[in-house]
Design a protein around this ligand. Structure first.
Ligand SMILES: Cc1ncc(COP(=O)(O)O)c(C=O)c1O
Length: 415
């Protein structure tokens, strides 16, 4: 009798096709490179300064109060009430905290749950390029089909506002299968704040083609005058067809707490809740309590105005440094990112290599300041649009920004 194992024809490969194409994100790669080389990390958008004391104290009290058990799936009552209080005037309507708000594990889960809730296999979803990189992943995992429409900037543009959507191009991309459009304002990575006229034109198209909008507004409090943040949900006919996402991570400089929210009319909020109840089911109870208290205290403390002024000062400092060292920036009207033009840098790339990635590796390794290449924010056919671009963030301490400014001076010697 043979003792050998029976031959097996089944090769063990448990990985689903829909995730097989995903690699490590550009943020993971460049943060690792920054850590390995000791570069100042102006790549990944996480604040490296302390969160406000009143926010931390609220979390300490929530832990001490033994708020340890599962939260209500749609959101801890105190948090949804605080959100309704803050957002009702901004939406120009009385939001129902129990039926129009879903608390999520950061805006990232808000994106994922919303797409799961609204997109059927084969549905097309319009993504405006450059897009936040979780959008195509969320669409693909729901079986949807991303359709890309790039913002276009004229040659030599020096402001985020100059990046605009060609409405004919957008209209041409819409088919009978188009279901959803994902909007991001203020945008990452450009820092574009869509103005009222742009959003009205977009809303007209959305209504004409009977689409739904997922409006990612996580940078809503980082808007620099004279720009103003307009919520597309407040435009005529749009409340019924818009999901608006927010993030405590961005708002209170606590990205690791992973608290976000979706605001939507009851049928859409209910659909999101139906997806959410099977993703995390519920979100950290003490952290929700802490964010509730933080929101309650924000208005008497004038916190949101402080946050925007704090970031505007950092933006202006970094803009001056980038201009001085020959990396002409596109002035952002919102967010904490700046896109620069790297065209003047003498960086040679091998055939087939992405120039923006080569430039950001060079900035990290040779100059000692990490930036993010924007090509992963584009679909493959449009990635050449970013050859001469890099993204810096200014959500860092003044000391970090000063050290980066000092190191960036080295660029002058290569021009
Ligand atoms: C446009 C955009 N949306 C969503 C997120 C994720 O938000 P959160 O940290 O709340 O999950 C980010 C984070 O960088 C972002 O830039």
């Amino acid at each position: 009798m043979s003792t050998s194992q029976p031959a097996t024809s089944t090769h063990y490969d448990p990985v689903a096709t829909r995730v097989r194409g995903f690699g490590a994100t550009v943020f993971a790669e460049f943060t690792a490179l920054a850590n390995a080389t000791g570069a100042v990390n102006l790549g990944q958008g996480f604040p490296n300064f302390a969160a406000p004391d009143f926010v931390k104290a609220a979390a300490q009290q929530a832990i001490a109060a033994d708020l340890n058990q599962y939260a209500r799936s749609a959101g801890h009552p105190r948090l949804v009430r605080a959100l309704a209080q803050v957002y009702s005037p901004l939406f120009g309507r009385t939001l129902d905290p129990m039926t129009e708000i879903v608390v999520t594990v950061g805006a990232t889960e808000g994106i994922f749950a919303s797409v799961q809730a609204l997109v059927d296999p084969g549905d097309e979803v319009i993504l405006i390029e450059p897009f936040y990189d979780s959008y195509p992943a969320a669409v693909t995992m729901a079986g949807g089909v991303p359709v890309y429409v790039p913002l276009r900037a004229p040659e030599g543009a020096r402001s985020a506002a100059a990046w605009t959507l060609d409405l004919d191009e957008l209209t041409a991309a819409i088919t009978p299968r188009t279901k959803l459009l994902i909007l991001n304002t203020p945008s990452n990575p450009v820092g574009k704040v869509f103005n009222r006229a742009e959003l009205s034109a977009l809303a007209e198209i959305v209504c004409r083609f009977n689409l739904t909008v997922l409006s990612d507004e996580v940078y809503e409090w980082m808007v620099y005058p004279p720009a103003e943040h307009v919520r597309i949900a407040t435009l005529p006919g749009m409340w019924e067809r818009t999901v608006t996402l927010g993030s405590a991570g961005k708002t209170f400089s606590v990205t690791g707490w992973k608290i976000g929210w979706a605001i939507a009319p009851p049928p859409l909020a209910h659909a999101i809740l139906m997806a959410h109840q099977w993703i995390p089911f519920a979100v950290s109870t003490p952290m929700q309590e802490a964010i509730a208290v933080a929101l309650e205290e924000s208005q008497p403390r004038n916190y949101f105005a402080w946050l925007s002024a704090m970031y505007q000062a950092k933006r202006d400092c970094l803009l001056a440094v980038l201009t001085d060292v020959g990396l002409p920036p596109m002035t952002p009207d919102g967010s904490y990112f700046i896109i620069v033009d790297t065209g003047a840098l003498p960086i040679a790339t091998s055939p087939g290599a992405r120039r923006d990635i080569a430039v950001c590796r060079w900035l990290t390794q040779e100059i000692g300041v990490a930036a993010i290449p924007p090509s992963p924010f584009y679909s493959a056919p449009h990635q050449s649009l970013t050859d001469n671009l890099a993204r810096f963030t200014f959500c860092k301490t003044d000391e970090t920004l000063d050290e980066a400014a000092h190191r960036l001076q080295r660029i002058k010697s290569v021009h």
